[in-house]
Ligand binder design. Sequence first.
Ligand SMILES: NC(=O)C1=CN([C@@H]2O[C@H](COP(=O)(O)OP(=O)(O)OC[C@H]3O[C@@H](n4cnc5c(N)ncnc54)[C@H](O)[C@@H]3O)[C@@H](O)[C@H]2O)C=CC1
Ligand SMILES: CC(C)CC(=O)C(=O)O
Ligand SMILES: [Mg+2]
Length: 357
Amino acid sequence: MKITLLPGDGIGPEIVTATVKVMDAAAKKFGFALEYDHQLLGGCAIDAYNDPYPEVTQKSANAADAVLLGAVGGPKWDNVDPSIRPEKGLLRIRKDLGLYCNLRPMKVSRFTAHLSPLKPERVENTDLLIVRELTGGIYFGTHNEAAMVDGVETASDVDLYTRPEVERIARKAFEAAKVRRGKVTSVDKANVLAESRMWRKIVTEMQAKEYPEIELNHLYVDNCAMQLVLNPGQFDVVLTNNIFGDILSDEASVLGGSIGLLPSASLGDGTGLYEPIHGSAPDIAGQGIANPTGTILSAAMLFRYSLDQQAAADAVEAAVEKVYEDGYRTPDLFGEGMTKVNTQEMGDLVAKALLEA
Ligand SMILES: NC(=O)C1=CN([C@@H]2O[C@H](COP(=O)(O)OP(=O)(O)OC[C@H]3O[C@@H](n4cnc5c(N)ncnc54)[C@H](O)[C@@H]3O)[C@@H](O)[C@H]2O)C=CC1
Ligand SMILES: CC(C)CC(=O)C(=O)O
Ligand SMILES: [Mg+2]
């Protein structure tokens, strides 16, 4: 099976290297072959091709069974032309592969709940799935960069959704709720935004017509941000647009102790892309201390959704649990009575646990 590897920038190459060890261990144990094609995306691609999503990467990704991505961006590219910023490369590959559905599962592990910034008893029952629309909304609307308009410096971004875009992502959320706890919380800002009012109307109609067995409630995004820290256990499936999903998932991630823990799957009708939810963490890049767990768990999602290797996916998740149970931690989650390990050691430990299980 062909996997395009896009390590990207900052900690990206470190966390992807650690994850490939786990993928190789899973392939060996479960008897399938993985063929990797390393390509460039983001800042490293700007340096090599003056293009954050060069043609060679496009070809590889489109021909692959799945794509594994580290992260892109960093201060080195902060002042490049906005049309070729590293993040633009990420948005372009998502659009190119039609990855409208971004799944971000957040289950607080009993081995890290005590490291949450919240009281452990408040977070320990948290098991939610953020279903984020990924190829529409304000990230993909027209961006008018700052320019003088009537003598005033002005900039704008257009927040646009169409009915089919809302329907297809809402359907993913309702279907996910069916096999979870049967509840969807749709998050918007319908008290202010026209886009949100249409979103809320469509989601309400769909629940009534197609999913009467699913419990649906609506929250404004500001209230949702507050509810996530007040009572995260109330959430099952959280359905939301591109920008709100981006922001709320960083907030939700830290309930379990570190943003380094959270995986994601970006799905459409073709090749899927898998990446941790965090960025390139320039503040810790090159030090070998990044937590690769979110990337390793993204590889588990890759096995599950793109390669149909369910046993391998389960085994990767179980191996991660075992390593945490045994007390190994990267510095972001290090505490009393634990063994501190670096990025590559964490990858080695998970690979070993998987092979020995
Ligand atoms: N999917 C992607 O490629 C994304 C890229 N970015 C880009 O990444 C760059 C940095 O953005 P930031 O806002 O700093 O967000 P970030 O997510 O890279 O980092 C935020 C904080 O979390 C920490 N952190 C992140 N991942 C970690 C890990 N695996 N282990 C331990 N600690 C970790 C960082 O050290 C930092 O203190 C920017 O250029 C941004 O545009 C940001 C988010 C997503
Ligand atoms: C370039 C950003 C949209 C990436 C990001 O923050 C994310 O997808 O979580
Ligand atoms: Mg983000």
